[in-house]
Write a protein that binds this ligand. Structure first.
Ligand SMILES: NC(=O)c1ccc[n+]([C@@H]2O[C@H](COP(=O)([O-])OP(=O)(O)OC[C@H]3O[C@@H](n4cnc5c(N)ncnc54)[C@H](O)[C@@H]3O)[C@@H](O)[C@H]2O)c1
Length: 407
């Protein structure tokens, strides 16, 4: 198996493929960028050129380095035209039948020792590998958008992936300046699964009438030190994209109550209120100005004195020292949901505790990894919060993950 990637193919020159090609070329790799559409190839090259030009303007690259980097990127329309490569990275549309066609072609067009990687966000790496005669050379290499800026790569071993291919993918990601983590081939891998808690719990708080979108966002920014609140983030990502990920992860994990997509989001998607790109989502956008666009049907909530104490302990240990009672309740619920999902992922062997934390900090800009938060807030307090919430809901959605149940 190849150990040092010098020549790569990137199949699919859309958002991710173009970004990954740029990263590879910036780290000395010769890249063959393949797309069925010549328009897309032109756009990809122009986009990469514009970004490299900006680096020259900022003094981060010399004119000669710019030339070398751009010259390392070649384009073509057919996989069959590829010269021998060390690694082929698939970044075509998220559709199993298209990916199968691409992998069947890559199987024929690449040397047997080449690594075949997929950038899929939500499909099974094991299934994607099916058309390849030697599936031990197929792995997942999940980059994040925008690929040139986001430092994380989740490296996913499918059922048949060989250790040599996984090691080569880890080494390649590191050589391309990224921080790789290992993840099992499970729905949403690490980031797209553990991040569900941030969105879904915020939606439940809105649905229960505890707080409006701007209040929840403000609590998580101010007290949680998250860069963006959950509703702002869904508006930025696109409500349709975010809903599709939620739905896919929930469905593939056997529809657990804690990951059930929320009807508020489903209705907004159906109404075309898809977020920033549509000018309206959870907020209405007017240039830089944004105002909440989803009303809150405010209802009072009641906590037992014990749960109110737990919320106070949770928020102060979590660093939200000056949070009021409702702010503390919001903070506790959202953070407990994220921590619990990380606990379930850990229990199911999705990744190690340190890889889960690294992935969430680098893949989503969380100020701290969920398991580091668990230790900071204290296992007993986290367990107390989950237990109290679980007693309020019959469907088991807050059932503590095994590690937290015995804390
Ligand atoms: N966009 C994101 O934020 C993001 C993040 C991480 C991973 N991903 C994953 O990366 C992959 C690509 O996503 P994207 O957002 O870049 O998609 P995109 O739609 O921007 O690009 C896909 C490209 O693939 C091309 N294509 C389709 N069939 C092809 C074929 N047979 N041969 C060559 N090219 C073909 C299309 O012309 C298109 O340009 C998907 O699997 C997606 O799940 C996306």
């Amino acid at each position: 198996m190849v150990t040092n990637v010098k020549t790569a193919a990137v199949v699919g020159a859309g958002t991710m493929g173009a970004g990954i090609a740029q990263v590879a070329a910036a780290h000395g790799c010769t890249v063959h960028l393949v797309d069925v559409s010549t328009d897309v190839l032109h756009r990809a090259r122009a986009g990469i050129q514009a970004q490299v030009d900006r680096q020259v303007e900022k003094g981060r690259l010399t004119a000669a380095e710019r030339e070398e980097q751009l010259a390392r990127i070649r384009t073509c329309q057919h996989i069959a035209e590829l010269p021998p490569v060390d690694l082929a990275m698939e970044a075509v549309v998220e559709d199993m039948s298209v990916k199968h066609r691409v992998f069947a072609e890559l199987d024929r067009a690449t040397p047997p020792e080449a690594i075949l990687a997929t950038n899929t966000s939500s499909l099974s790496v094991s299934r994607i590998a099916e058309p390849v005669r030697d599936p031990s050379r197929v792995v997942g290499m999940h980059f994040f958008n925008p690929a040139p800026l986001m430092p994380l790569v989740e490296v996913i071993a499918g059922a048949a992936s060989g250790a040599a291919a996984v090691d080569a993918a880890l080494a390649c990601a590191a050589a391309w300046g990224k921080t790789p983590v290992r993840a099992k081939d499970t729905p949403g891998f690490i980031v797209n699964r553990v991040a569900r808690g941030y969105y879904l719990e915020a939606l439940r708080l809105l649905g229960e009438g505890v707080a409006g979108v701007d209040e929840v966002d403000s609590v998580m920014r101010t007290h949680g030190r998250f860069r963006m609140g959950p509703f702002e983030l869904m508006d930025l990502v696109g409500l349709d994209v975010n809903f599709a990920v939620s739905h896919s992860v929930w469905q593939q994990l056997g529809r657990p109550a804690r990951l059930e997509p929320h009807s508020i989001q489903q209705s907004l998607v159906a109404a075309g209120h898809l977020g920033r790109k549509a000018g309206r989502g959870f907020y209405q956008y007017d240039g830089e100005l944004k105002v909440p666009a989803v009303p809150v049907d405010r209802r009072s909530y009641r906590l037992s004195p014990l749960f109110a104490d737990i919320c106070r302990a949770f928020t102060s240990a979590g660093g939200a020292l000056d949070a009021g009672a409702t702010e503390g309740y919001i903070f506790t619920r959202i953070l407990a949901a994220i921590i619990n999902e990380a606990g379930w992922a850990l229990a199911e062997g999705v990744a190690s505790a340190s890889d889960i934390d690294t992935a969430m900090v680098l893949g989503t800009n969380y100020p701290l990894g969920p398991l580091a938060w668990w230790e900071k807030i204290g296992p007993r307090t986290v367990r107390g919060a989950l237990k109290a919430l679980n007693e309020m809901h019959a469907d088991g959605r807050y059932a503590p993950a095994p590690r937290f149940a015995d804390a």
